[in-house]
Design a protein around this ligand. Structure first.
Ligand SMILES: NC(=O)CC[C@H](N)C(=O)O
Length: 189
């Protein structure tokens, strides 16, 4: 983990919470930078795509010339909530094309209006104790390809996956004050 440089996509969404969580997870050994351009991303070992509004984030990725830079990024990607929609292979929305980085089929806003936001204690593969997860108008993965490891699943669908160095989560680990998933991600880089 020592000396890792983590970029956080800083175009929309809960950017500062992600920066803080990675600063804390790195324990002062690495560096966290905000990414708004391909030049910012160059040299990063990892890249976080925060929660927010996925259609807006996808548009700003395009406008900032980041789409191909992210698709060809060789480090690990940590995608949460809207980020999970953006890195998916397939989504249930035709307004933008996902990046096709993680082989999952994602359903946006999967919990409907009456349950827009909720919290749940999840069993997560690789974690000894449950993870208290905050879901905010969250997506789920309805399906995952053979190269994808499902880390957590609830009755509505898959909510945490790992594919190689990448992780995609339906919920917001940066809001729980629990850095175990950040550490698991950094350990896999
Ligand atoms: N908290 C979030 O990131 C919500 C994601 C949002 N519902 C979207 O798909 O854009």
């Amino acid at each position: 983990m020592a000396g890792k440089k983590v970029g956080v996509l800083a175009v929309q969404g809960d950017v500062s919470e992600h920066v803080r969580a990675f600063v804390d997870a790195l324990g002062g050994e690495g560096e966290v930078v905000e990414v708004r351009s391909a030049a910012d991303l160059a040299g990063c070992d990892a890249f976080a795509i925060p929660g927010g509004e996925s259609t807006t984030i996808a548009r700003l990725i395009g406008e900032n010339g980041l789409r191909e830079a992210i698709r060809s990024f060789t480090g690990g990607i940590f995608a949460t909530c809207a980020g999970m929609v953006i890195v998916a292979a397939t989504i249930n929305d035709t307004r933008f094309a996902p990046l096709g980085i993680v082989d999952i089929t994602v359903e946006r806003n999967a919990f409907g209006r009456q349950k827009d936001s909720f919290e749940a204690d999840l069993e997560v593969l690789g974690l000894e104790d449950p993870f208290h997860a905050v879901f905010i108008r969250a997506p789920v993965a309805a399906a995952a390809g053979p190269g994808v490891e499902v880390l957590s699943r609830i009755p509505q669908g898959i909510v945490a996956v790992r594919q190689g160095k990448h992780m995609a989560l339906s919920f917001h680990p940066e809001l729980s004050g629990d850095l175990r998933l950040h550490r698991m991600f950094l350990a896999g880089l």
